[in-house]
Design a binder for this molecule. Structure first.
Ligand code: NAD
Length: 464
């Protein structure tokens, strides 16, 4: 048999060229960003298959890399979020990003249960769902990406994000940089993925996709309802309207400071932040005195309160134009100049006032005076609307604290501190930016993004 050397050489050259071009294609990193939602989901699925081949130690290294990159870019994320969404406060956003990076639990959150006895040893282990679809809010865009990335990857999942369009570039930057960190730490590309054109339509494609095994919605009532109607396993982290109740036994100086610190944090964007104060009449003036000492500006003119209400409340809901804005900007719109250093506007209103009943997410804090603590608790439960999200109480009376906590049944109940103590700033415990009241997981972490599986070894390995 004769061999045509030239033909063989050409063939080999062609194959090598094809291999090298396909290798280049395979190597070109996407870092999670895709034109199309379908592609993003396929890529995340492929990445998840690679993730579960790694050891837990290697998975832990990926989480460390996410934390490190998120901390290094906390300033960038904060700056981009404020500039793009036009909401919130740069310094506070830096703190929130660091908080998400440092205090979100990692793989240590996955605890194996063991049951042993005459018939052997059974273990219940936490395994991944596969690919999780995570819908994120504009109020904490990168914090939620960081927090959910850590928790969901720790549990062995890949994540497809559907970010809020008003924080699109900020969210995409976080997804890209965290992916890059994962790849550099030896993990697969696209463990976190998304489309570069996020929208409700794209979110719908994601929610319906058969390769998405779990949905996690962090946002208002609309998106929570959407994921709960999807027919898939879903976690809903929804709206709140946290009341801060102050009774006559409270340390009023501290309560005044804590309430203003919590309410003004990131211009009141956090879903846990104080949204209205309900105070027992006999101590109301003292509380207001200390709130003013800590940067509250009191509006007393009824006409101005009315004008402000018409400005910031739109059909019973917050007017989006003013969500997360500085107090000076908001009050400037109705011709009120506030002194430098003003952090929050306060005003006396009745309990059924729109400023009380709407979840405003801006540094406007209505104060309602009530006769006694029983009335305060009753009103607080009413204005929280059954969201069961967050409540705050300033009191030294154990019975009052217990009665309020029992009556309101919120996921987070902060006693004698600013609301953000409930997410780990100055309070004990881990953090999360996905607080699942409606579906009951509470402060979500890796264990909530995992399936419980039982492995039974019959008649052996029990050494009791
Ligand atoms: P939002 O509900 O407008 O949007 C949240 C996300 O859901 C966005 O990505 C948006 O594009 C998407 N979305 C909205 N409706 C949808 C639908 N029908 N189908 C699919 N996707 C949909 O909320 P926001 O303004 O970004 O954030 C503020 C709200 O989120 C507040 O109510 C706040 O209390 C809540 N929030 C809750 C938590 C929590 O952990 N419980 C955390 C942050 C924010």
């Amino acid at each position: 048999m004769t061999v045509d050397v030239q033909k063989v050489e050409e063939l080999v050259k062609k194959i090598l060229e094809e291999m090298s071009s396909s290798n280049n294609e395979a190597k070109a990193p996407h870092f999670g960003l895709f034109e199309d939602m379908e592609e993003a989901i396929e890529a995340a699925e492929a990445a998840q298959k690679e993730l579960v081949k790694l050891s837990l130690e290697q998975r832990g290294k990926l989480i460390d890399a996410i934390r490190k990159t998120a901390i290094e870019n906390a300033e960038l994320f904060a700056r981009m979020a404020v500039d793009e969404s036009g909401m919130g406060n740069y310094q506070d956003k830096v703190l929130k990003n660091r908080l998400a990076a440092e205090k979100t639990p990692g793989i240590e959150d996955l605890k194996t249960e063991a049951i042993s006895g005459d018939h052997g040893l059974t273990v219940v282990e936490l395994s991944p769902y596969g690919v999780i679809g995570s819908i994120t809010p504009t109020t904490n865009p990168t914090e939620t990406v960081i927090c959910n990335s850590i928790g969901m990857i720790a549990a062995g999942n890949a994540v497809v994000f559907s970010p809020h369009p008003t924080a699109k570039n900020t969210s995409l930057k976080a997804i890209e940089l965290l992916n890059q960190a994962i790849v550099e730490a030896g993990g697969p590309d696209n463990l976190l993925s998304t489309t570069v054109n996020p929208s409700i339509e794209q979110a719908n494609i994601m929610m319906k996709h058969k390769k998405i095994r779990m949905l996690v919605a962090t946002g208002g009532p609309g998106v929570v309802k959407a994921v709960l109607s999807s027919g898939k396993k879903a976690i809903g982290a929804g709206a709140g309207n946290p009341p801060a109740v102050v009774d006559e036994t409270a340390d009023l100086e501290k309560a005044g400071k804590d309430i203003i610190d919590g309410c003004s944090f990131d211009n009141n964007l956090p879903c846990v932040a104080e949204k209205e104060v309900i105070v027992v009449e006999s101590v109301a003036d003292y509380l207001i005195f200390y709130m003013k000492k800590n940067g509250a500006f009191q509006i007393t003119d009824k006409g101005q309160i009315q004008k402000l209400t018409e400005l910031v409340v739109d059909k019973g809901h917050a007017n989006k134009k003013f969500v997360g804005k500085d107090v000076a900007y908001i009050l400037g719109q109705i011709g009120i100049d506030v002194p430098a250093g003003t952090r929050v506007a306060i005003m006396d209103v009745p309990g059924d006032h729109p400023l009380v009943t709407a979840e405003l997410m801006m540094p406007i804090l209505p104060v309602v005076r009530v006769e006694n603590v029983e009335k305060a608790i009753e009103l607080a439960v009413e204005v929280e609307h059954g969201f069961r999200h967050t409540a705050i109480m300033h009191s030294k009376n154990v019975d009052n604290l217990t009665n309020f906590a029992k009556a309101i049944q919120t996921t987070i109940f902060v006693k004698n501190g600013p609301s953000y103590a409930g997410i780990g700033v100055g309070g004990e415990g881990y953090t999360t930016f996905t607080i699942a009241g409606p579906t009951g997981e509470g402060l979500t972490s890796a264990k909530n993004f995992a399936r419980r599986r039982k492995c039974v070894l019959v008649d052996g390995l029990s050494v009791r």
